[in-house]
Design a binder for this molecule. Structure first.
Ligand code: NOJ
Length: 552
């Protein structure tokens, strides 16, 4: 069987600015990241997703690009990028770049030209309206920070569309010249070593914007051509969609036919499962997960979910009902300053569970046992916290905590010269939570993550197999599911509550030999063939191998 690398990958999301500074200017850079590749390699990650690294006024953490062909000068040079790609490849790590092509920065030369004259060759690269659009206050993405989606531009004497902030004018994807330029950009980065792209704001790229029509109909031919072009340039390249869309639409991003193979993006972030995991954890009740897993949309063949618990944005709970969101807020963001946009949480996971190591491990064991490929945000592997004194989403973007020296080992600059302050004090600050201390401690969270990722490598069924929820009478707090693939079968048990339970799963089809524990939170008696009387500690988990086949 030919392996598709993305189905057995572990994705690690890095903000280069916040990871490691190599030249003492107070900001992380590509050379700093290169110097930490051995750390990432030992952790076991096989794919780095870099948040934007291009020249940008940096008013939205780099998601406002002013030159698609360059590297932000504070982060390094193109040469540094090529070296990163090469060094990463030496370690079996692929680099996926954020492709932010729904909009540019308003400082991009294309927009400067477009707004300067109706005759500019770039005028039609953006979306304009001569009249004030009736729906200009509709469809905002950042309530409280953004008031409209159409703004009047004095210079152009016209209204321009921006799905996000006013400084992020949307590109006009109906214009073939825009499509051609973007194909060139993708080709360029694939040539210099990228292995694929995380497509930022995918649904908004596809939507055909018209004043007074919101949302506009989507043009999926854009995705068809991306897949054609990228795969022609680099056969094993991938597209990973950021598309928080309803279950009925998800498959369309992956394939043009539900019963055909994936011929669009290979991967989709699982925005449907993510809030369900948090709800289940908040209520210590597996039901939201059982429901989500049993009714999950199927992706076209070769398509892959990417699971995550935290990313660089707020934890978006907008897919939950008011009551469900209320329960999740109460459990994990009890104070108003922990919440954002009325729908989300601007915290990291460790503080959300009061730093309880058992709960952190349970949550991540659960995530890594969900269908698809797991993505992990930098710093989660050591249990970093957030800094709520910073604005909005900045709270969760503080520098990586390498050791307990000044600036957490992130930079040799003076602390006041840092791009973003390093968290030093408090329960989650670098004095207590840092890589160096955890490397020396065999019982640390970091060591646990290394084990988790290693175990996942020995359990390829989770990335490639078919998932089913076990139908047995179980305590409410227990999720029991299994994966079956040509390589074998695995049973996964997770207890979402703080009480010890004993569960009877009963004999399972397709077992060969005696079942055995692969990954557990503590010593347990070996499982019997009947899989009865299985103990699970409070917040406990057991990954049990049921069958291993030579066919895989
Ligand atoms: C989604 C990104 O994840 C977010 O950080 C950004 O602000 C918007 N897209 C706009 O690019």
């Amino acid at each position: 069987m030919i392996n598709r690398w993305y189905q057995e990958a572990v994705i690690y999301s890095v903000d280069v600015s916040s990871f490691q500074d190599s030249d003492g200017d107070g900001r992380g850079d590509l050379r700093g990241l290169i110097s930490r590749l051995d750390y990432l390699s030992r952790l076991g990650v096989s794919c780095l997703w870099l948040n934007p690294i291009h020249p940008s006024p940096w008013r939205d953490n780099g998601y406002d690009i002013s030159d698609y062909y360059g590297i932000h000068p504070a982060l390094g040079s193109l040469g540094d990028f090529a070296e990163l790609a090469r060094e990463a490849q030496e370690r079996g790590i692929r680099i996926v770049l954020d492709l932010v092509v729904n909009h540019t920065s308003d400082e991009h030369p294309w927009f400067a030209s477009a707004r300067s004259s109706p005759d500019s060759p770039y005028r039609d690269w953006y979306v304009w309206s001569a009249e004030e659009p009736p729906d200009r206050h509709q469809g905002t993405v950042f309530p409280g920070e953004q008031e409209e989606t159409w703004s009047f531009d004095e210079q152009a004497q016209a209204w321009y569309f921006h799905r996000f902030y006013g400084f992020q004018p949307d590109l006009n994807w109906a214009n073939p010249a825009v499509r051609r330029e973007m194909a060139k950009i993708m080709n360029f980065w694939l040539q210099v070593g990228a292995a694929g792209f995380r497509i930022d704001a995918a649904p908004f790229i596809l939507e055909q914007v018209m004043p007074g029509v919101d949302p506009g109909p989507k043009d999926f031919s854009i995705m068809d051509s991306w897949r054609q072009e990228t795969q022609w340039v680099r056969g094993d390249s991938v597209l990973l969609c950021e598309a928080n869309v309803p279950p009925t639409e998800v498959g369309t991003y992956v394939g043009s036919r539900f019963d055909g193979p994936s011929d669009r993006a290979q991967m989709m972030f699982d925005f449907l499962l993510n809030p369900r995991v948090w709800l289940a954890l908040a209520r210590s009740d597996a039901e939201p997960l059982i429901e989500a897993l049993t009714t999950a949309a199927r992706l076209p063949e070769g398509g892959q979910w990417v699971s995550f618990l935290r990313n660089h944005d707020e934890l978006d709970l907008s897919r939950l009902t008011d009551e469900q969101r209320g329960d999740t807020f109460r459990a994990f963001a009890p104070r108003p300053e922990m919440r954002l946009y009325g729908r989300g949480i601007r915290r990291r996971l460790a503080p959300m569970v009061q730093g309880d190591k058992r709960r952190i491990e349970l949550a991540y064991a659960l995530q890594f046992s969900l269908p698809g490929t797991p993505a992990l945000r930098y710093g989660e592997e050591i249990g970093m916290g957030e800094d709520l004194s910073l604005d909005g989403r900045e709270a969760i973007r503080t520098p990586m905590q390498w050791d307990d020296t000044s600036n957490a080992g992130f930079s040799s600059a003076a602390p006041e010269a840092l791009f973003r302050p390093a968290a030093m004090k408090g329960r989650f600050g670098a004095k207590k939570v840092n890589v160096r201390a955890q490397q020396r401690d065999p019982n640390s969270l970091l060591r646990w993550f290394e084990n988790l990722i290693y175990t996942l490598r020995t359990a390829p069924e989770i990335g490639t197999g078919t998932c089913s929820v076990i139908n047995a009478p179980l305590p409410r707090s227990v999720l029991a599911h299994r994966f079956d693939a040509p390589t074998g079968s695995i049973l996964l048990l997770h207890n979402l509550a703080d009480t010890t339970v004993t569960v009877d799963i009963g004999p399972q089809p397709g077992m060969n030999g005696n079942p055995y524990d692969l990954f557990v939170d503590g010593p347990y008696d070996a499982p019997t063939k009947k899989l009865t009387g299985l103990t699970l500690n409070g917040w406990g988990y057991r990954w049990i191998r049921l069958a291993r086949s030579d066919q895989g």
